[in-house]
Design a protein around this ligand. Sequence first.
Ligand code: GLN
Length: 535
Amino acid sequence: MQTKYIFITGGVASSLGKGIISASLGKLLQARGYRITIQKFDPYINIDPGTLNPYEHGECYVTADGMETDLDLGHYERFTGIETTRQNSVTTGQIYLSVIERERRGDYLGKTIQVVPHITDEIKRRMIREEGEFDFVITEIGGTIGDIESQPFLEAIRQLRWQLGSERALNVHLTYVPYLAAAGELKTKPTQTSVKQLQGLGIQPEVLVLRSEHELNKELRAKVAHFCNVDVEAVIQSQDLESIYEVPVNMQRQGLDAICLKKMGTPVGATPELGPWRTFLERRKRATRTVHIGLVGKYDLQDAYKSILESLAHAGIYNDYKVKTTFINSENLTRENLGERLGAMAGIVICPGFGGRGTEGKILAAEYARKFDIPAFGICLGMQMMVIEFARNVLGYADANSTEMDPKTKHPVIDLMEEQKTVTEKGGTMRLGAYDCELVEGSRTWQAYGEETLIRERHRHRYEFNNRYQAEMEGMGMRCVGINPTADLVEIVEIPELRWYVGTQFHPEYSSTVLHPHPLFMSFVKACIEKTGKN
Ligand code: GLN
């Protein structure tokens, strides 16, 4: 079968869950045996979100091939278990950059470069994937259709629909149906307006997904269908659910995947069971006991640590527990309030990050966890803080630090890699993507990974454990149990004599999925549960 394209656009407001709908549709088509991929096209001008503050767009997700991308790619991977690549994340910045580079090379000699056709052609070129690789390519367009910078993407979709025809291109539009409490009514006008706006751009959505906090009855859906030139059965509601992982099942029940197939002239066939997925949901419902885990970080914004939160939730469910996370702002941590803030936690995660803000609080948290033997998981910067704490308080190097925070420290236990020292550009120049790591047999980490000796995990950092201090640290009880075999870089430290005290230079949270929770998170949450039992 020739590759078919489904475009997901959003109207009325952002943050309606386009990413979750895209991931759910991907999941449902995958369950039918189709080869799928999900890609995100973001209208902003940045080349990638790597240099964006998490307050702007939440977490930066990293693909195995080393691209810094939008957090929605994390949803795609968690739902489908299929790895994304750099091709799955495109921004306006990338589009313009390649067109301008070509212009400078002289590829368009004599021609005026315009949004249509040059920019739109480049968008289309990237939307279309190599024939034969996928049955369905789902493309999510970031932002909402009214945004000025979205226009070239929408024009590209309009052209593709015309070029590929109705059997190979389809638009699914997600909108919002607000509930006016004073009138006691659900309002469809914003949806009608949004669809009119799309129609004005030459795009007729074939499927509408209506996000709402309340149940939308048949009459209301029929009314929307009537006003928007859409079949009633193609008006799907996406009500708020207890968990984002309920969404695929809810979409399947309403036939989102079936209607897309039907509209594209593809035989619908039997509805897949989604067995393991349903088992996960049932287990989630049955997990009533709670384990409390503190997230020590500087961003008081859920989306900044999205993948960590999801990884903890997955691991909780597979351990038959609900993980309740409490955000602990590392900037406000002091020696005096440590006990009060961390004391009730069964475990803590020391979060990744950049720059000095909040790092001293993370170091205090690492010390507290080490002294009181609270399970602790340091991720990237969190691991670096564990190392600094150990160097300061166990090795006795009071000024030990990372050269990121203190370039003049006499004890740079965390330092720049040689090849990073000459880098002057900020974007896309870190150690990014998946690298091999050899585990020390018998270590806790090795046990957690099911006694695997070679693992591969994703990275995003510039600074590294300084090998000059390895022997000394090991002598005092902090073990380097994961080493990159080619560069000899320390990727994992642990203190074996504690319950569970592990720091990883990589980001395990990028590869935990619904059907395959990450082994390190599994083992960490298990240790937290055991700690709760013993308190
Ligand atoms: N700032 C640290 C570094 O660049 C850690 C980065 C991170 O936590 N992702 O090495």
